[in-house]
Structure formats: C-alpha cells, structure tokens
Design a protein around this ligand. Structure first.
Ligand code: ADP
Ligand code: ASP
Ligand code: MG
Length: 407
C-alpha cells in the first residue's frame, strides 16, 4: 500500500463529467489499497474568468482582494469532487488551503508555502477517507487568503507530498508527460521517460508551463518523487529524477526546447561608454520591482553604448517610464521598446560535456534567416531572443537539428 498525492489540472476537472471521471480514477486507486490525497485546480478557464471580472471593476485591484476572489475557483472543484466520490460510495473530505492550514508568507498573488499542518489529513487517511485539497491557495499568519502564482496547484501537490512523505506526487494533466518541446507546437515532439530536476527546472523557468517552477524547485529540494501523467490516457508519463540516477545512461546533448512570448525588450541608445552607466539604468528598474532577464550592451564607434534588456511584457510600459527618467541625465539619444519578441532556449545537462552546441544553434537559425537579437547562456542552456513571428519556425528547426523529432 502506498500514499499518493495526485494533482488534477484545470482541463482534467473542466466539466462535471470530467470530475466524475476523476472520481472513478481515484476510486480505482483506493480499490488497490492506496491512500489518496488529491489536489485540484479550478475548472478550466475559471481563474481567467475571475481575473477578468476583477479587471472590469478596477485596473490594479489590491492583491489581497484578488486572492480572495481567485481562490474561490479551487473551492468549487474540491466540493464537486468530494460529492462525486461520495455519490460512488467513497468517503472523502474537502479542505481549502486555510482549512488544512497551508501556511504561506504574505506575498499576495505569489505567496510561498512555509508550513503545512498534516494533522487533519492524517486523521482522515487513518479513517479511510480520500482527502481533497484546494490547490493554489494558502493562508498567511494573520489569516488572510493567499495564492501561490499561476499554475500554483502543482506546487500545492508537491508540498503536500513532501509534508506527508508520500511515495509519489503525480501531476495529472492534458498531455501524457513532459515532451521534448510543447507538443501543441511541434507535432513531432517526443515524450521523455525521464528528465532530471535540473533540466525540468530550466524548462519550466524558460517557459514550459507543464509544471510550475516552484513545484520543481520544491520537489528537488525535498527529494519528492514527481511524475507527470495524462488524466485521459493510461501510460507511464514522465518521471522527474535526480541527476545521479541518470549517470549510467548516456545523456542526449539537448533534452528539450522551451520558449516564451512573455517578454519585451527595452533599449536605451547612445549612453556614454563609461563605468557605472549600466547600474544607473538598471538600479532604478530593480527599485521599481521590475525583474530584468537578458541584458546586452553594444559599444558604438563613437564611444557611446546601447544597453538593451528584457522584462516581463506586462512590465514594459513601467520599465520604459523608469528608463526615460534617467535618459536625460545620461544624455541618451532615445529609449525604444519592442514587445514582438520571443525567447527560445535549448536545455540539456549533456551540454556540459559537449562543445559546439551554441554554434549549431546559431547556424540552424541562420539557415532559416532568423536574426538573433540577444543571447544568454548557462552551463545547461542557451537562450536567444528573436522576433516573435519566427518563433514556431525556430522551435521546429532546432527540434529537428538537435535530433529530437520522432523517427
Ligand atoms: P494543467 O491545467 O493541467 O495544469 P497546463 O496547461 O498548466 O495544465 O500544462 C499543460 C500544458 O503544458 C500542455 O497542454 C502543453 O501545451 C504545455 N507544455 C508546454 N511545454 C511542454 C512540454 N515540454 N511538455 C509537455 N507539455 C508542455
Ligand atoms: N487555477 C490556477 C491557475 O489557473 C492554479 C492552477 O491551475 O494551478 O493558475
Ligand atoms: Mg498548470
């Protein structure tokens, strides 16, 4: 007998019919004698609908109120799933994040889990009940409802698995595992049997939303066995593993390709090529709580420099205003922005021991006539910024060039 924490995403519980099917699935595991703790997301589209309602009232609603609002989505699904289980004779009990007591910090809309009280869940499991917990939400020290950021139910699942020392955390979604790239963009993408935590973390942070970044971080930190599977088709899914377990197997150089369209580019042109200029531009951006991702500086022949950096698209206008604020003091020529960009990244632990990966990536893009605007690398990834209109072409070309296409 094992203890499983299973998380079902929005599409898996998108209709009452699907909720009934999830209940059947859970009962199947109960019949095999397993203890089950279930985490559910809001029904698909519900969180977006709630965010949209808030936007009809106010441009920037207070994060505390936004959390009170969006946390209702998951409360609906826990109740409906418990009803579906009970209707089939399976005893179950629902908990909101606050009722379990998933204690978080007070960073509304992006709170971090600090502690989980397992007392109630243990008592229910001992009494033979299925425990159903609302994903994505918690409560801070003062009793305020908090949420964990979009996609946060994955993190709830992993955190509960860590707290309960579950045998496995299983993330059920609408694809049957982690693929070499988003299978909705490249039809030849292949499911990976295994991927290391390190690679999965890069894939998630570079835009593959199949798992929330924090869920992967958490699973790595607490060694939670983590698997991604489909709610709709049977199969082994993808196991996220520790590096050591993979040592014996020869690593592919590139394991996957991630991309995102969420960034925008800001350039300040014609600033003096002198010490301290980059910090004069970027420090106020940081002070405005705007995260900067890729940074590039080009030096012109006339001893001036152009500094370009990327930020989240939703922060572009704010970042532009901040940079314009320092442009005059630096005698800059102008500030320009571009939100029609995309970041594409190749990821693989095998890159550590292989030279020439970057040049192959650049050659592949050049052969498609795709201009690289910015480049950034780390030990196990290379990311480039390109024009958004070439994104899908670039993903397909790289997927094929690095031998990831299905035979
Ligand atoms: P859920 O609602 O179950 O949390 P998400 O929509 O958050 O599901 O995540 C699943 C989606 O992630 C898939 O439908 C797929 O389009 C996307 N995705 C992006 N990159 C990958 C990848 N490398 N492997 C699998 N799915 C991916
Ligand atoms: N319902 C939340 C969202 O849409 C959390 C989740 O699904 O993981 O982001
Ligand atoms: Mg998700």
């Amino acid at each position: 007998m094992s203890l499983f924490v299973q998380k079902f995403g929005g599409t898996s519980v998108g209709t009452t019919e699907k909720i009934k099917a999830v209940a059947e699935k859970i009962i199947g595991f109960r019949e095999q004698g397993h203890d089950m703790v279930i985490v559910v997301s809001a029904m698909s589209g519900e969180t977006n609908r709630l965010v949209g309602l808030a936007a009809e009232i106010q441009d920037h609603p207070e994060p505390r109120e936004l959390d009170v609002l969006v946390a209702t989505g998951e409360q609906i699904t826990i109740a409906l799933l418990c009803m579906a289980l009970k209707a089939r004779g399976c005893d179950a009990r629902s908990y909101t994040g606050g009722q379990v007591r998933i204690l978080t910090d007070d960073a509304h809309t992006k709170a971090r889990i600090q502690d989980i009280d397992v007392t109630n869940m243990r008592a229910d499991l001992d009494a033979g009940r299925v425990v159903v917990v609302a994903g994505f939400q918690g409560v801070d020290n003062s009793g305020n409802i908090t949420t964990l950021g979009r996609g946060g139910s994955d993190t709830t699942g992993v955190a509960l698995a860590a707290a309960l020392k579950a045998d496995e955390c299983q993330i059920y979604t609408d694809v049957d595992g982690v693929y070499t790239t988003d299978p909705r963009v490249v039809s030849g993408a292949q499911r990976l049997d295994r991927i290391t935590f390190e690679e999965m973390l890069e894939m998630a942070s570079l835009g593959s939303k199949v798992l929330q970044i924090r869920a992967v971080e958490f699973a790595g930190k607490y060694s939670v066995p983590l698997r991604v599977l489909s709610s709709f088709v049977e199969g082994p899914g993808t196991l996220i593993t520790l590096d050591e377990e993979n040592d014996a197997v020869e690593q592919p150089v590139v394991s996957g390709i991630a991309f995102n369209r969420d960034e925008a580019k800001i350039s300040i042109l014609g600033v003096p090529d002198a010490p301290g200029v980059a910090s004069k531009v970027l420090a106020p951006v940081g002070d405005a709580n705007i995260e900067v991702d890729v940074i590039v500086q080009n030096i012109a022949a006339d001893n001036t420099a152009d500094l370009t950096f990327t930020v989240n698209r939703s922060d572009m206008e704010r970042a532009k205003t901040v940079v314009e604020g320092v442009a005059e003091a630096l005698s800059a020529r102008c500030v320009v922005t571009d939100d029609k960009i995309a970041k594409i990244s190749i990821v693989g632990v095998g890159m550590r021991s292989h030279a020439g990966v970057a040049s192959k990536m650049f050659k592949t893009l050049a052969a498609e006539n795709i201009n690289i605007q910015m480049i950034t690398t780390s030990e196990i990834k290379i990311s480039v910024i390109i024009s958004e209109k070439y994104l899908e072409l670039a993903v397909r070309a790289l997927h094929s060039a690095f031998g990831l296409d299905k035979e």
